[in-house]
Design a protein around this ligand. Structure first.
Ligand SMILES: Nc1ncnc2c1ncn2[C@@H]1O[C@H](COP(=O)(O)OP(=O)(O)OP(=O)(O)O)[C@@H](O)[C@H]1O
Length: 297
């Protein structure tokens, strides 16, 4: 087991009778890029707010770097929570000077972090003249000022256009490759899949699943098939080790197989049972559909 960055035990937040986060247990280790994935209202922001000490938990606890309290680790955790607050009439550089004063970070860091997020050549432009993507990258720069080991980012690509999303994604991946631990929330599976090593899936404040991304989100492969004898085909599918389920779909049979099953595997298996296919068409259930299946079941 790697070095623990945060251990969350039974963390719960109630607003009156409403439970926003329910008994959350999660451990995140050094170097992981951990996605907190869930639809709107599933408790992602509340969870991040609690571990950043801006929302008081109703019960439960968390420990950063295996020691308490949070206060001792504040400088080692950079965060973007909700909309970044910068002064619109000040330049990016002046805004980061103010952030430096608050975080007690050396001014020399400003150019370094601006360079890191690709804004050095725009450092003297007013914040109000920045695009949304640039504003979000400036927030990331501010989170990096103290050279923290951990970044906590709440929906960092929310509202950005495809180019902005891509820039932010590449930045996050680059920062992760430098060995930082990143905790990032999103309601988009695709986003988490492209950026994260691990994922925790939340629904209505409850943790549904958590673990390595490849392990958790395995997309089954589906085929539409047919053969001259329907009975022989159904019989042949019965004991196939990699077929998860099958059903009649119009004139054909829809077969759901394990991840990465190929058409020739299915064809060869059935041929070995003397079933020869007259039709074979491969489908891929989209990851988004798969995520919705997990969340809705
Ligand atoms: N201060 C509050 N008072 C009452 N209910 C709240 C409060 N803050 C959050 N909630 C509720 O708690 C639930 C979880 O909210 P939260 O913002 O953590 O979800 P989220 O997964 O981050 O969603 P989103 O992506 O929409 O921000 C929501 O139903 C929300 O309405």
């Amino acid at each position: 087991m790697g070095e623990k960055v945060i251990e969350i035990n039974g963390l719960t937040k109630k607003y009156g009778n409403f439970t926003a986060v329910n008994q959350l247990n999660l451990t995140i280790e050094k170097g992981q890029v951990y996605g907190i994935l869930g639809p709107n209202g599933s408790g992602k922001t509340t969870t991040l707010g609690m571990i950043l000490d801006v929302i008081n938990p109703t019960s439960g606890s968390y420990t950063w770097f295996e020691t308490k309290p949070f206060e001792n680790h504040r400088n080692n955790i950079g965060a973007i929570l909700e909309q970044p607050i910068f002064y619109p009439d000040l330049s990016a550089y002046r805004n980061l000077e103010i952030s430096c004063a608050i975080k007690k970070a050396p001014l020399e860091r400003i150019d370094l972090v601006l360079e890191r997020v690709g804004l050095l050549d725009r450092k003297n432009s007013k914040f109000s003249a920045y695009s949304l993507g640039m504003k979000q990258r400036l927030a990331l720069a501010s989170a990096l000022l103290g050279d923290p080991d951990v970044l906590v980012l709440d929906e960092p690509t929310n509202g950005l256009d495809p180019q902005g999303i891509n820039q932010m994604r590449e930045l996050i991946k680059g920062i992760a490759s430098e060995g930082k631990t990143i905790i990032i929330s999103s309601h988009l599976l695709d986003e988490i899949q492209k950026t994260c090593t691990h994922v925790a899936i939340l629904r209505k404040g409850t943790l549904l699943k958590a673990g390595e991304i490849g392990e958790l989100i395995k997309t089954p492969t589906s085929f539409e098939i047919n053969a001259i004898s329907r009975d022989a085909l159904l019989e042949g599918l019965k004991n196939c080790p990699f077929v998860l389920s099958h059903e009649e779909r119009g004139d054909h049979i829809l077969v759901v197989c394990e991840t990465n099953t190929t058409g020739s595997q299915l064809n060869e298996y059935l041929a070995s049972k003397q079933v020869y296919l007259s039709h074979l068409n491969k489908f891929k259930i989209s990851l988004e559909e798969e995520f919705l299946n997990i969340v809705n079941n």
